[in-house]
Ligand binder design. Structure first.
Ligand code: KG4
Ligand code: ZN
Length: 332
């Protein structure tokens, strides 16, 4: 019998990506084009430029993964239906709908955050259910209890800025380029994390929600008050990063304790942060929970996670989707 073979397509923001996931061999091909250079001069993602670039890049990326996988017979197509930029999403949705029609394949619109949540399952030694997932990206800060595919309970979320957004905005104030997260993390390496006593937002209150806009303001005030030296900027970066890491680790520990779950998954772009990983590692050893990260390239946006969700939800795939369906605002 022919194995289930899913084509995954991602175009929700500034990466165009395609991947093939099969029932017997798992992920067999994936390819990605990042638009970072395209948007760098503007200091952020320009939606219209993003859409146009997805139009240029997606079809060649799909052809490439089909070649890399040895031109398999597909069973279905999964694409990111939302949340994201509407124009960018519509490009992926249109291509998925067109391919589905022309090849007579069922199509499934996937929630982007479900992709991030389940991305550690792409690894051979991925976690078992249930687990708690910390999703930290440029657009989201979420703590979710994951009991199985489609069984998600949001435990907490950011009431204002997402963590990645706080990194990016603080980096901008420190005069670093876009995207600021990795640049700020690099600068933090040279600074003293205890130089500034920045707030650990919402740690004193019960609950699992986050807030990062106050921290951002504290960074702005510190920059105004500090001398304009490289060392002073590094101290602010290090102290900011430490405040974020302390807050995230404390909320993860609280979530594990509250749910009685002993597995923690960390996904999303900020999951690439080395200080965060180190602090969580220490906490996992001290508190006795297991810690799972997707591999670095699948922490950020990718199509492998979308193809995986398509495979796990293959029974939900619908034949004959003729219109491009995008949902820019979509809660988990
Ligand atoms: O998941 P992602 O690639 O895109 C979405 O937002 O969906 O996450 C990107 C975010 C950006 O805000 C970026 O600055 C941040 O992740 N980021 C980091 C690091 N690498 C990426 N933040 C802190 N430290 C890093 N090493
Ligand atoms: Zn993402």
């Amino acid at each position: 019998q022919r194995q289930t073979t899913i084509l995954g397509i991602e175009s929700s923001c500034d990466e165009s990506a395609a991947a093939i996931y099969t029932g017997d061999r798992g992920l067999v091909a994936h390819a990605l084009h990042s638009q970072v250079a395209l948007h760098a001069d503007y200091g952020g993602v320009v939606p219209e430029l993003a859409s146009r670039d997805h139009i240029r890049k997606l079809t060649p990326l799909i052809e490439r993964v089909l070649d890399d996988a040895g031109r398999p017979e597909l069973s279905g197509i999964a694409y990111t239906r939302g949340p994201g930029l509407v124009g960018a999403l519509l490009v992926g949705a249109s291509i998925a709908a067109g391919l589905g029609m022309s090849r007579n394949l069922p199509v499934l619109g996937v929630h982007h955050m479900e992709g991030h949540l389940l991305s550690p399952l792409l690894e051979p030694d991925g976690p078992q259910f249930p687990f708690v997932a910390l999703l930290v990206s440029g657009g989201h800060t979420l703590l979710v209890q994951v009991d199985g595919v489609g069984r998600y309970r949001v435990l907490g979320q950011s009431l204002d800025d997402a963590v990645g957004e706080a990194f990016d905005k603080s980096a901008k104030m420190l005069g670093l380029g876009y995207p600021g997260g990795p640049a700020l993390a690099a600068l933090a390496q040279q600074g003293r994390a205890d130089a500034h006593a920045f707030p650990r937002p919402m740690l004193k209150r019960p609950g699992l929600d986050f807030s990062f806009s106050g921290l951002k303001t504290a960074v702005m005030l510190a920059i105004k008050a500090a001398p304009a030296t490289a060392a002073a900027r590094a101290d602010i970066a290090a102290s900011f990063e430490q405040a974020v890491v302390d807050t995230l680790v404390a909320k993860c520990r609280r979530a594990l304790k509250q749910t009685g779950v002993s597995r923690l998954v960390v996904a999303g772009g900020v999951g690439a942060n080395r200080s965060l990983r180190r602090a969580l590692d220490d906490s996992a050893t001290a508190d006795g929970f297991s810690l799972h990260f997707p591999r670095a390239e699948f922490c950020t946006d990718n199509a492998a996670m979308i193809a995986l969700v398509g495979y796990l939800r293959r029974d939900d795939m619908r034949a004959g989707i003729a219109s491009a369906d995008a949902t820019p605002r979509w809660s988990l």
